[in-house]
Design a protein. Structure first.
Length: 219
């Protein structure tokens, strides 16, 4: 006897109430999807994800507490959940940070929401939910990386490799963020950030955090 597959459960996290409800209506119009939580900030998103165990977390990048921080936390604790970012900006820094955090999708709020269900179902089937224009920019960025930086990124052993979290710390350092600012953005303690920075310096074999950021900018 054929059984009807259960709907994919979706958590929606966005601090703009009208956007939350528009997205919810778009998803609930598709029988393949079911909204299991509707929240407005990063901390509540993490709590709801741990409680509801959604198949998909649709996260606003710029919501209070940072959608990127929520993505890191959810990816670490619920690795089976698919993370898709929803944002008003096609900023490269946010795009690459989202991918490093484990997101499989990066969608713009300007998209036709009628296409959103298909994008989320595709993400659960192994597709990347990213607009073609942004995919092109990701490929271009990878092509532009110098061989020396690719060696640093790929390494020849575990001691040469930065973790995803360390990459994000390094990116924020390169943007001029202080230890306290990085801790706030990534929802970490200041001591944890300092540990990450020490590991980055050691793995990149440079003198200090300033040398690490110079190397980052040379990529």
């Amino acid at each position: 006897m054929n059984t009807v597959p259960r709907p994919l459960r979706v958590l929606i996290a966005d601090d703009h109430a009208p956007t939350r409800h528009d997205v919810r209506r778009a998803l609930e119009a598709d029988d393949r999807l079911e909204v299991c939580a509707l929240v407005g900030d990063a901390a509540t998103a993490v709590q709801a994800a741990l409680r509801e165990r959604p198949d998909i977390c649709l996260l606003d990048v710029r919501m209070p507490g940072s959608g990127l921080a929520a993505a890191w936390e959810i990816a670490g604790r619920l690795p089976q959940a698919k993370l898709v970012m929803l944002t008003v900006a096609d900023d490269d820094v946010d795009l690459f940070a989202a991918l490093q955090a484990g997101a499989v999708g990066y969608l713009l709020k300007t998209m036709n929401l009628k296409r959103l269900p298909e994008a989320l179902c595709g993400a659960c089937s192994g597709e990347a939910a990213i607009p073609r224009a942004l995919v092109a920019r990701v490929l271009e960025a990878l092509r532009k990386r110098e061989p020396r930086w690719r060696t640093l990124a790929d390494g020849t052993g575990p001691e040469r490799r930065l973790t995803s979290r360390q990459w994000e710390v390094l990116e924020l350092l390169a943007q001029g963020a202080s230890t306290a600012e990085i801790a706030s953005k990534l929802v970490l303690s200041a001591s944890a950030v300092r540990v990450h920075i020490a590991s980055i310096v050691r793995k990149l074999e440079v003198a200090d955090r300033h040398a690490a950021t110079r190397l980052f900018h040379q990529r």
